[in-house]
Design a protein around this ligand. Structure first.
Ligand code: CKU
Length: 599
C-alpha cells in the first residue's frame, strides 16, 4: 500500500517534471537482465514511446504477444537546486509489475498495473549530473494476481498470456512518469467529507504531512476568491450559499493546504474539489439528496497504436461523446483509469463507479478460453490473491477518494458468488474495505448471469447491485430474443418480490456490431440488431422502478485476445474504436436526452 498518492503539482515548494517521451526498451525472455547488468542500461535498445503499451507498435507476432520480463531505461538530469529536497520518481502505471533501479541501485518493486507508485531516489541520484533509471517489468498473468489469468508456455518455449478476462493484455509504462522534488517535510495526503444544504456547505478536511501538524487551509471559489479558511490538521470550512457540484452541472472549488514550521510555510498542496454528497436510500442513488438515474457506459482505456495507455486526445473525445449522447456516468471497467480521467469527470459532472482490476475471478471466464470447472475461490491461490486484491482496493481509494466524480467503488467484476467459498472471501473484503473511504461511498461488484437473485450467495454485501446480463447475445439470441426478455423479466420479478431494498444498475448488456452491416429484418452483428437489443432492455428497465441505471457495454469497440468469438476485438461499442457513432448511438441519444436528470 502506498503512503500517499497525491497527484503531482509544481508550486513554490515543489517541482513536477514529466519524463515522457522515448525510452530505451528491450525484451528479456531469458530473465537475465540483472545478470547482464541491464540495471544501468543496455545495448541495442528499441526506442519506445512512454506512456504507451508496447504491443501494437510491432510488426511481428512474437513481439506483439510477448509475455515475460522486459526492460525500460531513461537518462535524466537532476539539477543542483533540488539539493536538500526529497527526490522521487512517480510511475502512473507499470503493467503488471516492476522493479525500479536508479544508477544500478535497486530502489523498490511494485505489483499491480493500473495504479501509481512512488520511488524515493534521494539517496541514489547524483545532483548536477545525468542519472539513469531502469525498470525490470513483467506482464505475465497468474491466478494469484490482478487481473486473473494464466501464462502458458508453448512447445516452442515462448510464453503466452491466457487472460480470464475479455480485454487485451496490453503491457508497458501505460501512464506518465514524473520526476518530483518535494520538501523533506511535505504534505502526502488529505481527505474531505461534506455536509451540504441549499444555503450552506461544510467541508470537513483532514491533512497529513511527514512531520508536523500546523496547517493553514483555505477554500477558493471558481473565481479564485477565498470563501473560507481554517487552521490545523483537521477542521471545517463553512461556505455560505455554496455552488454545489451537480451531475452534468459541475462546479469546482480549490482547497489549499499550507504546512507551517515555526509559523512559516514550508510546503503547499492545492487541489480542485466539488461540494456534494452521495447517498443510497432505499432504491435511490442520491447526489445532494436528489435522486439520480445513471445512464452511461462500461468503458476501457483502449485506443489504436498506444493500446491501454492514457491518451489525452482520446479522453477529450470520449468525454465529448458522453456529453453528446446524454450520459452522466461510467464504470472504470475493469481497472482504475488514469487520474486525468477523473479530473475530466470532475469538470464535466460525470459520475464514476471506480473499479479495481479484480477481474477474471470466475472459472467460467477461464472456460471462455477453455479454462477450468471449479470455483475460483476454492483455489490454493486465494490467500496470495487476497493480499494483492485488498492492497489495490486500498490504493484505488487512497488515490481517487477526493474526486467529486467518484460515486462508488466496484471491488470486483463478475466474481464467482454462487459458491460457498465466495462468502468468506467477500466477508473479509467488505470488512477490510469498509473504513477506507472517509466519505463512506457505496461499495459494490458486478454480478453476471450465473449470479442471479436465486443463485448468488453474496447479495448481502453490495450497497447497490451492478448486473451484467446478456440475453440476446450470449444466450436467447437473434429471433429467440423474446425468450431472452421473458427470462430477464422473470429474474427481475424475483428481485421485485424480494425484501431487497437497494438500487439495481445494469452495468453491462449489449451486442457485438460490425459498423456498416445493415440487414432488414435484422440479423445479429447488424447495426439494426444492436438497437433492437438495446430497445428490449430499455422496455424492461422502464418496467421496474428499482432499476436506477443503464450502462450498456461498451462506449467503444476495444481490443481483446484473438479468438473465434472476436473479430479484431470486441465490437459491442456504441462507437467504433476510432470513436465514430454506430446507429445505436443516435438511438441512445434520443432516449437519454429525453430523460430529466433525476429520472
Ligand atoms: C460474462 C460477460 C461479462 N462481460 C465482461 C466484459 O469484460 C466482456 O467484454 C463482455 C463481453 O463479452 O462483451 C462480457
Amino acid at each position: 500500500m502506498e503512503k500517499g498518492l497525491l497527484y503531482p503539482v509544481t508550486n513554490q515548494f515543489r517541482q513536477d517534471q514529466k519524463l515522457d517521451g522515448l525510452w530505451d526498451f528491450k525484451f528479456d525472455p531469458q530473465a537475465q537482465g540483472e545478470a547482464k547488468g541491464w540495471t544501468t542500461g543496455f545495448d541495442d535498445p528499441i526506442k519506445m514511446p512512454v506512456p504507451a503499451s508496447f504491443n501494437d507498435f510491432f510488426t511481428d507476432k512474437d513481439s506483439r504477444e510477448y509475455t515475460g520480463d522486459f526492460w525500460y531505461a531513461k537518462k535524466f538530469f537532476v539539477p543542483t537546486y533540488m539539493d536538500g529536497q526529497t527526490i522521487q520518481l512517480r510511475f502512473g502505471a507499470a503493467t503488471h509489475r516492476a522493479t525500479v533501479y536508479v544508477n544500478g541501485q535497486e530502489i523498490r518493486s511494485h505489483e499491480g498495473g493500473f495504479l501509481p507508485f512512488t520511488a524515493d531516489i534521494t539517496d541514489a541520484v547524483k545532483l548536477g549530473q545525468e542519472n539513469i533509471v531502469t525498470l525490470k517489468m513483467n506482464n505475465e498473468l497468474h491466478r494469484d494476481a490482478l487481473p486473473a489469468g494464466d501464462t502458458a508456455t508453448l512447445k516452442n518455449g515462448k510464453k503466452m498470456a491466457k487472460p480470464f478476462f475479455d480485454f487485451y493484455n496490453y503491457s508497458g509504462l501505460n501512464r506518465s512518469v514524473h520526476l518530483l522534488a518535494v520538501p523533506k517535510n511535505h504534505i502526502y495526503d488529505y481527505s474531505t467529507t461534506y455536509d451540504v444544504s441549499e444555503d450552506q456547505a461544510t467541508v470537513h478536511y483532514s491533512v497529513q504531512a511527514t512531520d508536523g501538524s500546523n496547517f493553514k487551509v483555505s477554500l477558493s471559489d471558481g473565481d479564485g476568491k477565498v470563501v473560507a479558511t481554517a487552521e490545523g490538521q483537521t477542521g471545517d470550512l463553512v461556505v455560505k450559499n455554496p455552488t454545489l457540484w451537480q451531475v452534468r452541472d459541475a462546479y469546482l472549488y480549490t482547497i489549499k493546504f499550507e504546512l507551517l514550521d515555526a509559523g512559516k510555510a514550508v510546503d503547499e498542496y492545492s487541489d480542485e474539489i466539488g461540494l456534494r454528497t452521495i447517498e443510497i436510500k432505499g432504491h435511490e442513488i442520491l447526489v445532494n439528496h436528489k435522486s439520480v438515474y445513471l445512464r452511461g457506459f462500461g468503458r476501457h482505456e483502449d485506443s489504436i497504436y498506444a493500446g491501454r495507455a492514457f491518451d489525452l486526445n482520446v479522453e477529450r473525445r470520449d468525454m465529448n461523446l458522453m456529453k453528446w449522447i446524454g450520459a452522466n456516468s461510467f464504470r472504470s471497467s475493469h481497472y482504475p483509469y488514469d487520474e486525468q480521467v477523473y479530473k475530466f469527470a470532475d469538470r464535466e459532472g460525470i459520475l464514476i463507479t471506480d473499479e479495481v482490476p479484480a477481474v477474471g475471478f470466475k472459472m467460467a471466464a477461464a472456460s471462455f478460453l477453455g479454462g477450468l470447472n471449479q470455483s475460483f475461490f476454492d483455489g490454493d491461490w486465494i490467500d496470495e490473491l487476497y493480499k494483492k486484491h485488498i492492497d489495490q482496493v486500498k490504493d484505488m481509494i487512497k488515490r481517487d477518494k477526493n474526486h467529486p466524480s467518484v460515486l462508488a467503488w466496484s471491488l470486483c467484476n463478475e466474481p464467482d458468488t454462487s459458491t460457498d467459498s465466495a462468502v468468506p472471501y467477500f466477508t473479509k473484503l467488505f470488512n477490510d474495505s469498509k473504513d477506507l473511504d472517509p466519505e463512506q461511498r457505496p461499495r459494490t461488484f458486478t454480478l453476471n448471469e450465473d449470479d442471479t437473485f436465486e443463485k448468488s450467495k453474496c447479495l448481502k454485501f453490495p450497497d447497490f447491485y451492478l448486473l451484467n446480463r446478456y440475453p440476446g447475445w450470449y444466450h436467447k439470441w437473434g429471433y429467440e430474443i423474446s425468450d431472452g426478455e421473458a427470462g430477464l423479466r422473470a429474474e427481475l420479478d424475483e428481485w421485485k418480490n424480494s425484501d431487497i431494498d437497494k438500487p439495481i444498475v445494469f452495468s453491462e448488456y449489449g451486442a457485438d456490431t460490425e459498423p456498416g452491416l445493415h440487414k432488414l429484418p435484422s440479423i445479429m452483428w447488424s447495426e439494426e440488431y444492436q438497437i433492437e437489443l438495446l430497445d428490449m432492455f430499455d422496455r424492461v428497465f422502464d418496467s421496474y422502478d428499482f432499476i436506477r441505471g443503464e450502462q450498456p457495454w461498451n462506449l467503444a469497440d476495444f481490443q481483446t485476445v484473438e479468438g473465434n468469438m472476436r473479430v479484431n476485438g470486441n465490437k459491442k461499442g456504441i462507437f467504433t474504436r476510432d470513436r465514430q457513432p454506430k446507429a445505436a448511438a443516435f438511438y441512445l441519444k434520443k432516449r437519454w436526452t429525453s430523460l430529466p436528470l433525476d429520472y
